[in-house]
Design a protein around this ligand. Structure first.
Ligand code: FAD
Length: 467
């Protein structure tokens, strides 16, 4: 995975950043008169998502002297990969944030966009406040989330996602000497395995569902990407000596009140392993709900974009994982392209095309290697809960022929996660396609639904006005 490469990027970023700042002040001095002159009080570019893609997009757009806002639903920017480093002054995320602050980008922390209004207005909640944020151009960098596949016992305490275990340890969970099994599929498993082992976990086993041949092909493909070879070797070194099995599956998690054992099948043979934590994640699925709500076309479940990262909706761009799962460096490349393009500087955007295309080819090979094996469908039993929000079992869903029919009958996908967990699971288990999202794409206060703030639309309301 990408964490190692982030370090190589810093020196280059520093040089690039100094040049960028010089260019920024020159452009800004030239442009500021024109911009404010025309009296527009909307942001020129609004970026939703403060992960690597969003940070890079906002910094690149701001560097072109336009007025930019960056919105993220977490208090700390950085997204899935950098958020936990937000207070580490040496961390890449802090570097990007410093650039944004210097460039006068308006930062909306802890602000979750749940709806989009015609007239290019985003509606978000910041605590109990409703924010309406107007824009000319929009960049959606809403990232990805882990896919979970239901199996008997997956709702037991201490059974969680791979990224979930990593996030808990990042926020203080003591994992030292705890017996941990990591299972599922995807490069995230190794990143999390290395992470928890470096913090003293007793890592018993890593269960990868992909077949050995698929992994061998992928590993061979790494040779064309020296940086990835370096990262993979670092992860392999950090997990040296840990049992690693392929073509495996989780049969069940066992325990009376909390996880006690995990039952796995490796090449068709079952095994029971006593453990304290089971981290089970099945690669990533894109957060496409907001892009779809805004009207961006999806292709094969991802937001379709052109070479400048513009979506099917003119003036709306998308960068990072919603356009295809590809990791940190690809997110940074796409973010910069979208940022420069949205600010009208296509020549600057073009500079990142070749590296982006190279990383996209790598990402496609990665996603092919970790595609889910058909057999995995056999491990969700009739009584297994699939929708955790509404306690809907597999057998209740199997009575139906579509997501919509099941939803109307069982309320599957109508709980707090709005189908973000059971939706992708039923797409795999039952080949169902999900409905187009309807607002709100995240739960929001009733009084914020459907209403819009009366009178002329200020840039955003009930908070502060930009300088
Ligand atoms: C759980 C998990 C752990 C990961 N760990 C690693 C790792 O250790 N190393 C690694 O290299 N890669 C890791 N990845 C892969 C990671 O997705 C990419 O490397 C990279 O972070 C992608 O950047 P991004 O900007 O596209 O998305 P993200 O980093 O996911 O950032 C998207 C941001 O948008 C915010 N957002 C989404 N919707 C809204 C909304 N409606 N309103 C406001 N804000 C919104 C999200 O909260 C998030 O902060 C992980 C992914 C996941 C899901």
């Amino acid at each position: 995975m990408e964490s190692a490469s982030a370090l190589n990027v810093v020196p280059k970023l520093m040089a690039y950043r100094i040049a960028a700042l010089v260019r920024f002040f020159v452009v800004r001095a030239w442009k500021s008169v024109a911009m404010t002159g025309n009296g527009s009080d909307r942001f020129d570019v609004v970026v939703v998502g403060g992960g690597p893609a969003g940070l890079a997009a906002a910094a690149s757009a701001a560097e072109c002297g336009v007025r930019v806002a960056l919105v993220d639903d977490q208090v700390d920017f950085g997204g899935q990969v950098w958020r936990a480093q937000a207070n580490d002054q040496q961390a890449p995320a802090v570097d990007w944030i410093r650039t944004l602050e210097l460039a006068g980008v308006q930062l909306f922390r802890g602000t979750r966009v749940f709806d989009w209004g015609s007239g290019n207005v985003l509606r978000a909640e910041q605590g109990d406040q409703l924010c309406e944020i107007g824009y000319h151009k929009l960049i959606l960098a809403t990232g990805a989330r882990e896919r979970f596949l239901p199996f008997p016992g997956w709702t037991l305490p201490n059974v969680m996602g791979a990224g979930g275990l990593q996030a808990l340890v990042k926020s203080g969970l003591v994992i030292k000497d705890k017996r941990v099994v990591i299972a599922g599929t995807g490069p995230l498993l190794l990143a999390v395995a290395a992470y928890v082992r470096q913090r003293g976990a007793n890592l018993l086993l890593i269960c990868e569902q992909a077949a050995r041949a698929a992994l061998a092909r992928f590993t061979f493909g790494l040779l064309g990407h020296p940086k990835k070879v370096g990262q993979s070797l670092a992860l392999l070194k950090a997990t040296r000596g840990v049992r690693f099995v392929t073509e495996s599956a989780i049969i069940a998690a066992h325990g009376t009140r909390v996880l006690e054992q995990v039952e796995i099948s490796v090449a068709g043979k079952n095994e029971i392993i006593a453990c304290d934590y089971l981290a089970a994640g099945f690669h990533l699925v894109p957060n496409t709900e907001l892009p779809a709500l805004v009207g961006c076309q999806l292709e094969n479940g991802y937001v379709a974009v052109d070479e400048y990262q513009q979506t099917s909706k003119a003036g709306t761009y998308c960068a990072g994982e919603p356009t295809g799962i590809g990791g940190l460096e690809l997110a940074l490349m796409e973010g910069q392209i979208a940022g420069f393009a949205a600010a009208g500087h296509h020549r600057l955007a073009k500079k990142f095309f070749s590296r982006r295309n190279q990383l996209r080819r790598f990402a496609s090979a990665m996603n092919r290697a970790f595609a889910l094996r058909e057999e995995l469908r056999n491990h969700t039993l009739a009584e297994t809960i699939v929708c955790r929000c509404e306690d809907v079992t597999y057998s209740q869903l199997q009575k139906h022929r579509s997501w919509r029919a099941a939803k109307l009958d069982t309320r599957c996908g109508m709980g707090p996660c709005q189908g973000r967990i059971c939706g992708p699971a039923t797409q795999f288990l039952l080949n169902w396609s999900l409905d187009a999202p309807r607002p709100p794409v995240w739960p929001a206060a009733v009084e914020h639904l459907g209403t819009s703030i009366e009178g002329p639309q200020p840039e955003y309301s009930r908070i502060v006005r930009s300088a």
